[in-house]
Design a protein around this ligand. Structure first.
Ligand code: EPS
Length: 397
């Protein structure tokens, strides 16, 4: 059976986006409301441009699913582009004045052309619709393992919410986030963020921000300390950094850990017999500076990923650039765009992170069908809760 993985295809103004998910066990019920709900959320958020009034992103399943349940074969998903006009030169003209910050310049040179169109169509954040669909499919598996994911906006430019996210508060936080136009669970921070986006729009400018995802109820031991390729923090960073416009990724305390002594950083280990039957097996941590990952493995605490999205590189007022045909200085081209897509990015990261957790869970528990995966998971929890095992693992009986 292949390792859980996915590919995407499609241009921003081509006929459709495609996600191809491989390695999903049979027997996973796909919750279409969840998948299409995540696609809808990704389209929203204060600061989005005109494109989202044209599109209604919906996942059309072409393979791998029967009556809404996975059958173990590759899952192909199609998301139609209503604004499909890639071959219409009048409506989708060549772009010769690259936008600083976008893929335009490096891509056009890479593919030996002065027209940035081919590069920008694929580099466009439109592709994140396919990544969101793949992640939302993976979440259907995670649900069956009682693992939940929650993503939100931590900051927009200088407007920041510093509140805590605890697993017990997730239902309330989710409701508050869903009531916010910028997907931040705090009302006054949301208002400040909207104000920053509004000011940028008036100034024909753009703004970025920080997004955060929490994955709760992971068992201990997902990922591995053995090989760097299997370290779950490394996998998460790789996947999240691959999201358009992301410039940094942090786990838990992140870079702030560099400025503190070990005694203030490392989360004490305690044991609470009352919580023996939880995925943490009774081991509790009064703090979670590690962001749920130690040695590249989940430690039972929520996995916390935070990432920075730079401001959108398409500015209404353009930026200093050069015409690639004449080499003369000119302002960069303006394409219809967003002023801020940080809210959408929070949805993308939440689902991209979910995919990596699902991949790690399947690497640990395996199974051609969800039934096997769940049984293996339960058997592992049972053995782990009986530690120390007699004879010890690895010893000759
Ligand atoms: C993008 C440019 C805009 C954004 C797009 C990303 O698209 P358009 O040129 O069609 O207006 O709206 O994001 C999406 C379409 C999306 O669905 O997220 C870019 O150049 O990266």
């Amino acid at each position: 059976m292949p390792i859980l993985d996915y590919h995407t295809a499609g241009e921003s103004h081509g006929p459709a986006l495609i996600a191809l998910v491989q390695g999903m066990p049979a027997g996973v019920t796909l919750d279409m409301d969840l998948i299409n709900g995540e696609l809808l959320r990704r389209q929203g958020g204060y600061g989005r441009g005109g494109r989202q009034r044209i599109e209604t992103d919906t996942a059309e399943f072409l393979s791998g699913v029967r009556n809404g349940v996975t059958i173990g074969s590759p899952i192909a998903v199609r998301i139609a582009n209503r604004d499909s006009r890639l071959d219409d030169g009048d409506r989708t003209p060549p772009v010769y004045r690259p936008r600083p910050g976008h893929a335009d310049l490096a891509g056009s040179v890479k593919w030996l052309t002065t027209d940035c169109r081919g590069t920008l169509e694929r580099a466009s954040a439109r592709e994140t619709a396919a990544r969101t669909a793949a992640g939302a499919i993976a979440r259907c598996l995670l649900r069956a393992l009682d693992i939940e994911v929650f993503g939100f906006v931590r900051s927009v430019e200088t407007a920041r919410w510093d509140g805590a996210v605890t697993p017990g508060d997730l239902p309330a936080l989710r409701a508050a986030r869903d009531a916010s136009e910028v997907y931040c669970p705090d009302e006054s921070a949301s208002a400040a963020m909207i104000q920053r986006i509004r000011a940028a729009k008036e100034n024909k400018d753009t703004v970025g921000g920080l997004v955060e995802a929490h994955v709760v109820n992971c068992p201990m031991g997902l990922g591995s300390s053995v090989d760097w390729r299997d370290k779950l923090d490394a996998r998460l960073a790789y996947a999240v950094m691959g999201i358009q416009a992301f410039k940094s990724v942090e786990i838990g305390l992140g870079r702030d850990a560099a400025g503190l002594p070990g005694s203030a950083v490392h989360d004490p280990i305690e044991f609470d017999a009352q919580r023996r039957d939880t995925p943490g097996l009774g081991f509790t941590r009064p703090t979670n500076n590690a962001g749920g990952l130690e040695g590249g493995m989940t430690n039972g605490a929520p996995v916390v990923v935070r990432a920075a999205m730079k401001p959108i590189s398409t500015l209404l007022r353009g930026l200093p650039s050069v015409n690639l045909n004449t080499k003369a200085p000119e302002r960069s081209d303006y394409e219809r765009s967003d002023v801020c897509a940080v809210s959408a990015a929070s949805v993308v990261m939440e689902n991209v992170a979910a995919f990596e957790i699902a991949r790690a869970a399947l690497l640990k528990f395996g199974g051609d069908s969800l039934l096997e995966t769940r049984q293996n998971y339960d058997a592992f929890l049972e053995k782990a809760s009986m530690l120390p095992l007699e004879p010890p693992t690895g010893a000759i009986a």
